[in-house]
Design a protein. Sequence first.
Length: 246
Amino acid sequence: MTQMNREWAIEKLKGFLHTAAVEWVAPPHGVVSAGSFKFKNASKPEAQAAAHIAEQILDRVIPDWRTADWEEATRQPMWRHREAAHRAVAFLEAEQELQENLGSGAPQLDAATLHPWVWGSVQGLWSSGHFREAVGAAARAVNVQSQAKLGRRDASEAKLLSDAFSTNQPTLGHPRLRLSEDDGGDTFRNRHDGAGNFARGVYSAIRNPIAHEEDEELEENEALEQLAAFSILARWVDTAAVVKAS
């Protein structure tokens, strides 16, 4: 799971559990009925409103909560929501305790800090656990933005960017991306050769396998690393100057 404000999530889930608490109501005297359950602390619309936020948290913490094989609380409204919320609170509190007391000492990468071309194109897929599709979407988004910046539709992905970062002078129809001024030095050449090779690498080693291995889902941490790679490329393309043939 990517970074989440655990305290906020726990508070919201506990608030939902209070709002959606139910009680058994006995049937009126003389009526043959098993009775029924109703919300104890709120109206049905209020419980539904609280459930909307809870669902977003549950989708992150327990992705399969909607279909998990749990024992059903017969005739209790929102029993699955409440069961999942109880489980999610327990998980988040335990995770928070471990983090606070053990800690890894390692920095954490927040996906929201990735380049907007990358994270902005994958949030929905990511939150629903479609990590492989998210990486593919990020790769396509970087390509689309690169084509737009360079004004080219005749090339894409690795071919487009390796050409754009070439240290050769721009020619008609082949503008270049420049991360720094061409002073003829090794730093300029290394930086642009490296950027072109990096672009070839991420599209050949990440994008292409994803397109042909659709049945194999990525682990979340592996997918996040791959998103970070495309974020680096996106940032280079975004900040580079476009140089066209005069």
